[in-house]
Design a protein around this ligand. Structure first.
Ligand code: FES
Length: 94
């Protein structure tokens, strides 16, 4: 079914987004609460960075739902290239 839709989209020349947009050049520090669930924006389109606001619905990208393992400051990825979603791994530097 997915293949059918991909072919249809391609034949209609509809532009889709399968690569995240860089939302920032540096990580952002946020306070998270242990045991609480958060939804990190993986597409880079959210107006409420670093969290998802539903803007990914026009893309093939899905947000990252995670539960904070500890209360405190966390550095969330804004370049959307991290290999340690949703946290910064230094990928923004190059
Ligand atoms: S708005 Fe970017 S993943 Fe939801």
């Amino acid at each position: 079914m997915k293949e059918f839709f991909n072919k249809l989209i391609k034949s209609l020349k509809i532009k889709t987004m399968d690569k995240a947009k860089r939302a920032g050049d540096m990580p952002v520090a946020v306070e998270l609460e242990e045991g609480k669930t958060y939804v990190w924006c993986a597409c880079g389109l959210s107006k409420g960075q670093p969290f998802c606001d539903g803007s990914h619905q026009s893309t093939d990208i899905t947000p990252n739902v995670f539960e904070a393992e500890r209360t405190g400051t966390h550095y969330m990825c804004m370049c959307k290239a991290t290999k340690n979603k949703p946290f910064c791994d230094g990928s923004h530097a190059g």
